[in-house]
Design a protein around this ligand. Structure first.
Ligand SMILES: Cc1cc2nc3c(=O)[nH]c(=O)nc-3n(C[C@H](O)[C@H](O)[C@H](O)COP(=O)(O)OP(=O)(O)OC[C@H]3O[C@@H](n4cnc5c(N)ncnc54)[C@H](O)[C@@H]3O)c2cc1C
Ligand code: SF4
Length: 349
C-alpha cells in the first residue's frame, strides 16, 4: 500500500479531497489548524448556501460527518504543518503537535481569509454597531434569531447591502472579483424580505455578477418576486444622524448624489488570500501568484499542480472560488495525487 497523502485544510475542498482519496482506497492524513472541520461555511456559521438552498450545517456538516466516519482518513485537528522535506512520492512532514509523517504527496486546501471591513473605515464598519458584514447576517439567520440591528435588537425597516467591499478596489490593493458575493447578497436580500416583509432592502452595486444560471434564480427573482431594489452607485460614506445610519453615494446612472437613511448596512465582504499563505508557501516550497493566493502550475495538462512536484492545490487557496468549484478542484487534485502515489508504489513481481 502507498504512503498516505497529506491533505492540509479541512474546509469543503480538503474534505472533498480526503473523501475522494478514500473512495479509491487511498489513505490520507487531514491536518486542520482549527479544532473543528468544515472550513468557512461551518466556522463562520453560513446559513443557506447558494445555489443548492441547503443549510451549510447540513450540506458541509454532512461532508464533515462522512470524513469523520471514514477509517481511511486520519484527522489531525488543531495543528499546522511546520516542516516539509523530500521529493514527490517520498516526503516527510513535521506537524506543530510534534508528530512526523511519511507521505507520498500533499494537497493544499488552506482556503481564504474573509476581508476585514475595518480596512474600509469610511463605510462605517467598526464605528457604528449597525454596520455589519454578510457573514454576520448569515450568522443571524443560521442562529434562528432573525436579522436584527445589533445596537438595540430592533427589526430593521430599511437595509442597504453594499457590494464589492474588499474586492475590485484598487485603492486598497484588492483588484480581484470575489465571484460569489453578488449571488450571496441577492440570496440574503431575499431571505430578509421573506422574514421581514415590511423591510425595504436595497443593493448598492458597481456591476452585478450573478454569473451563469444564477441570473434567473437570484438577480431576477430578487427583484421580480421579492421586490429588492438595486441602485448602481459609488458609495462615498456611511455616517449617522444620531438615530439612523446615513448612506451617501453617487447614483451613477443619473449622475446625482443620493443620501438615504438606513437601519442596517451590510458589507458584502470579499475573499482575501489566506493570511497564512506566506508561511505555507515557505514551508511547502511553493510559489504564490501575484495577489498572494497559492499559485497553480497550469490549467490543462497540470490541473491542481503547484510549482513543486508532488504538492497539489485546490479550492479558494488559489483565488476566490465557489464551494462547488472548490470541491471539483479538490477531486481533480486528489486524482493527480493518487496517480502519483500509485506510481511510486512497488508492484509485487
Ligand atoms: C460571506 C460569504 C458567503 C459565502 N456563501 C457561499 C455560498 O452560499 N455558496 C458557495 O458556493 N460559496 C460561498 N462562499 C464561498 C465559500 O466560502 C468558499 O467557496 C469555500 O469556503 C471554499 O472552501 P475551501 O475548502 O477552499 O476553503 P475554506 O472554507 O476557507 O477552508 C479552508 C480550511 O483550511 C484551514 N486552514 C487554513 N490555513 C491553514 C493552515 N495553515 N494549516 C491547516 N489548516 C489551515 C482553515 O481553518 C479552513 O478550515 C461564501 C463566501 C463568503 C465570503
Ligand atoms: S461577485 Fe459581485 S460583489 Fe463580489 S466582488 Fe464580484 S462584482 Fe463585487
Amino acid at each position: 500500500m502507498s504512503a498516505p497523502i497529506l491533505v492540509v485544510g479541512g474546509g469543503p475542498a480538503g474534505l472533498a479531497a480526503a473523501e475522494a482519496l478514500a473512495s479509491a482506497g487511498q489513505r490520507s492524513i487531514l491536518v486542520e489548524k482549527e479544532a473543528r472541520l468544515g472550513g468557512a461555511p461551518i466556522l463562520s456559521g453560513y446559513a443557506k448556501l447558494v445555489p443548492s438552498g441547503e443549510w451549510a450545517k447540513d450540506a458541509i456538516g454532512g461532508m464533515v460527518r462522512r470524513v469523520e466516519a471514514n477509517a481511511l482518513v486520519q484527522r489531525e485537528p488543531g495543528c499546522t504543518v511546520t516542516a516539509f522535506s523530500g521529493e514527490a512520492g517520498d516526503f516527510t512532514a513535521g506537524l506543530s503537535n510534534g508528530k512526523s509523517l511519511q507521505v507520498s504527496a500533499a494537497i493544499l486546501c488552506t482556503g481564504f481569509t474573509h476581508f476585514d471591513s475595518v480596512n474600509k473605515p469610511e463605510w462605517g464598519f467598526g464605528t457604528y454597531p449597525d454596520v455589519v458584514t454578510t457573514t454576520q447576517v448569515e450568522q443571524m439567520i443560521s442562529s434562528g434569531n432573525g436579522v436584527r440591528c445589533p445596537s438595540d435588537g430592533r427589526k430593521p425597516q430599511r437595509v442597504a447591502i453594499l457590494l464589492c467591499v474588499g474586492s475590485r478596489d484598487r485603492q486598497i490593493g484588492r483588484e480581484w472579483c470575489s465571484k460569489i458575493c453578488c449571488t450571496v447578497s441577492a440570496n440574503i436580500a431575499m431571505e430578509i424580505r421573506e422574514e421581514l416583509p415590511d423591510c425595504h432592502v436595497y443593493i448598492y452595486y458597481m456591476d452585478i455578477r450573478t454569473f451563469g444560471l444564477y441570473e434567473t434564480k437570484y438577480y431576477w427573482a430578487s427583484q421580480e418576486v421579492h421586490k429588492v431594489k438595486y441602485i448602481k452607485a459609488r458609495v462615498a460614506e456611511v455616517t449617522s444622524d444620531g438615530s439612523r445610519l446615513v448612506l451617501k453615494a453617487e447614483d451613477t446612472l443619473v449622475k446625482r448624489p443620493i443620501t438615504i437613511p438606513f437601519d442596517l448596512v451590510v458589507h458584502a465582504i470579499g475573499m482575501d488570500p489566506n493570511v497564512d499563505n506566506r508561511s505555507i508557501a515557505q514551508v511547502f516550497g511553493v510559489a504564490l501568484e501575484e495577489h498572494g493566493f497559492l499559485g497553480k502550475a497550469g490549467s490543462y495538462a497540470h490541473f491542481g499542480e503547484t510549482s513543486r512536484p508532488g504538492v497539489f492545490v485546490a479550492g479558494s487557496a488559489t483565488g476566490p472560488e465557489t464551494i462547488d468549484d472548490s470541491i471539483g478542484q479538490a477531486r481533480a487534485a486528489a486524482m493527480s495525487a493518487f496517480a502519483l502515489a500509485r506510481s511510486r508504489t512497488a508492484v509485487p513481481a
